[in-house]
Design a protein around this ligand. Structure first.
Ligand code: NAD
Length: 551
């Protein structure tokens, strides 16, 4: 409580921090729906040019790629300029210029900039960034709202609070005549923030969390989601972020990444994306380790193979809803999406018709039509990879597709919500991350509850999210215990998606990441290097200790 009062006095923020950003519902006739539709219409009828932003300067390399609508892939929203080696070096230089003053700027001032960004996003920027997310990432209004508005606002508002908590964490004791303190120093060098396509808020947070702690960053967004990222840069500038603190360098990961990580000034990597890319980056850092000025902090949140294990005591309607929402919202392209379910055979017999009927009611199409629950997957490469999994299941003897299965990329990258039932617990789609609207179900005999929990724990290399569903609380407790290391975010009687900043800090272990929990103090602590200061106000003037006697 004391630290909170301290925070209010010094940061001057109104006390809404104990509450996550309320979600607007965009119901028919609501004012928010009207203004969002106007913005969607405005943005989809123009093509903008997106430069790199280095040291506050707009830089155009002429080497451009397009931002398109995945649900209408010939519709171009923007052309964005891509960074090469020269621009990476410019960005490193600009970041180091900015570091000189930003690293000395008091936390209160830094925090105020991100709190302002939160206010701008809650107000005048909300429609723009939601619309950009809907158009470029093919998210429906609700999925955009919980991501690009609410989650990003929460990051901007909660992180300053956590930062103050960290700053308040001082040595417990200063015996006279000493004074002890710990100073939170920004890292020497820059942080490389690399974001995935699927969450606008993650893109906003990856460079901002280190910047809040006094660091400077190079931000490389995913090529398929540069459009909303560009608006975040503009919003941060309006919030007062000094030039060069975050440098925006879209481009090809395989070129930009290795070039950035060859710099001796790489002080940290804040990554979210696939496990394989992260592992490649870690390897390169290992190979370069003798060349860096400081050991880079490596934080990465990566892939998942998120599970639902239902006990025979489960509430069947709740299970069906958790499966439909958990597996198919945002086309299953959430790192937390339910992608394997373990269901007792007798329960499945009771719910399978209802489940299939519910899935078959899902409407799919463009996000500007608010009756669509699902939209398109992100790009051709995702479409090809997901369809390949579906083809594999279609051809397999030990699996059956019971919903969906059709894929059509003629206009947009559309893949039906697909459900596979298998009697092989190690069937390929039970083990590998698909990152699309595909749920695989394995049916088990209720007598094998304990063995099934072992199966859930050992089937995949990942450990991101998972849920247990059941009303027998002893069985639930047993699952919680058996699956201790199987998920960094564990849900009881709820779908495994939808973590909220300030409520369920997010991240997984094993191959799913370093589990530094985005949107928490544990993440921010990675972006500072502590200096411990002991001051002696009455230093000894004789080297001899009292024990040095003759007798
Ligand atoms: P991706 O790994 O293909 O790309 C992520 C980012 O890495 C992009 O910006 C990309 O350009 C960049 N990149 C690619 N090669 C690089 C290299 N050699 N060096 C540096 N950067 C490079 O991932 P994606 O397809 O954008 O996102 C989907 C993945 O992200 C899924 O695996 C999903 O599970 C994961 N994800 C995880 C979380 C989480 O919190 N655990 C959240 C969102 C997404």
């Amino acid at each position: 409580m004391l630290s909170f009062i301290f925070y209010l006095l010094f940061v001057g923020y109104t006390p809404t921090i104990n509450q996550s950003m309320p979600i607007k519902d965009y119901a028919p006739g609501s004012p928010e729906k009207e203004t969002l539709l106007t913005k969607l219409n405005e943005m989809s009828t123009e093509i903008i040019d997106i430069p790199l932003i280095i040291g506050g300067e707009e830089i155009r390399t002429g080497n451009t790629a397009n931002c398109v609508m995945p649900h209408d892939h010939s519709h171009v929203l923007a052309a964005f300029h891509q960074a090469g080696e020269k621009e990476v070096q410019l960005a490193i230089d600009a970041s180091q210029d900015a570091w000189k003053s930003w690293s000395k700027t008091p936390l209160e001032e830094r925090a105020n900039i991100f709190l302002k960004a939160g206010d701008l996003l809650a107000g005048p920027w909300r429609d723009t960034i939601n619309a950009a997310t809907m158009l470029n990432m093919s998210k429906n209004a609700y999925q955009a709202e919980i991501d690009s508005a609410c989650e990003m606002i929460d990051f901007f508002r909660f992180n300053p609070w956590y930062a103050q908590e960290l700053a308040n964490h001082q040595p417990m004791y200063s015996p006279e005549p000493t004074k002890n303190s710990v100073e939170l120093r920004p890292l020497e060098g820059f942080v490389f923030a690399v974001s995935p396509f699927n969450f606008t808020s993650i893109g906003g947070n990856l460079p901002s969390a280190p910047a809040l702690m006094g660091n400077v960053a190079l931000w490389k967004p995913a090529s398929s989601a540069v459009y909303p990222a560009y608006f975040i840069m503009q919003m941060l500038k309006e919030a007062g972020l000094p030039d060069g603190v975050i440098n925006f360098i879209p481009g090809r990961g395989s070129l930009v990444g290795p070039t950035v990580m060859d710099s001796p000034l790489l002080a940290g990597v804040h990554f979210t994306g696939s496990t394989r890319v992260f592992q490649g980056m870690w390897k390169q850092i290992g190979e370069n380790i003798q060349t860096y000025k400081t050991y880079p902090r490596i934080v990465g949140e990566t892939g998942g193979k998120d599970f639902c294990v239902a006990h025979e005591s489960v509430n069947k309607d709740a299970l069906v809803t958790a499966m439909v929402r958990g597996a198919f919202e945002y086309q299953g392209q959430k790192c937390s999406a339910m992608s394997r379910a373990y269901i007792p055979t007798p329960i499945w017999e009771e719910i399978k018709d209802k489940y299939a009927a519910e899935v078959n009611t899902i409407k799919m199409g463009n996000p500007e039509d608010f009756s669509n629950f699902m939209n398109a997957v992100i790009d051709q490469s995702a479409f090809d990879s997901i369809s390949e999994f579906i083809d594999y299941a279609e051809a397999a003897d030990d699996a059956e597709i019971i919903t969906g299965g059709r894929c059509d990329d003629a206009k947009g990258y559309f893949i039906e919500p697909t459900t596979i039932v298998t009697d092989n617990p190690k069937f390929r789609t039970m083990c590998e991350e698909i990152f699309g609207p595909v749920l695989t179900i394995y049916l088990y005999d209720p007598k094998d509850w304990e063995a099934t929990l072992k199966l859930v724990d050992s089937t995949s290399e990942y450990a991101l999210t998972g849920c247990v569903m059941g009303e027998d609380m002893d069985a639930v407790a047993q699952a919680k215990e058996a699956l201790t290391h199987a998920a960094g975010n564990f849900y009881i009687n709820d779908k495994p998606t939808g973590a909220v900043v300030g409520q369920q800090p997010f991240g997984g272990s094993r191959a799913s990441g370093t589990n530094d929990k985005a949107g928490s103090m544990f993440n921010l602590v990675r972006w500072v290097s502590q200096r411990t200061i002991k001051e002696n106000v009455d230093p000894p003037t004789d080297y001899r200790y009292p024990f040095l006697g003759d007798k």
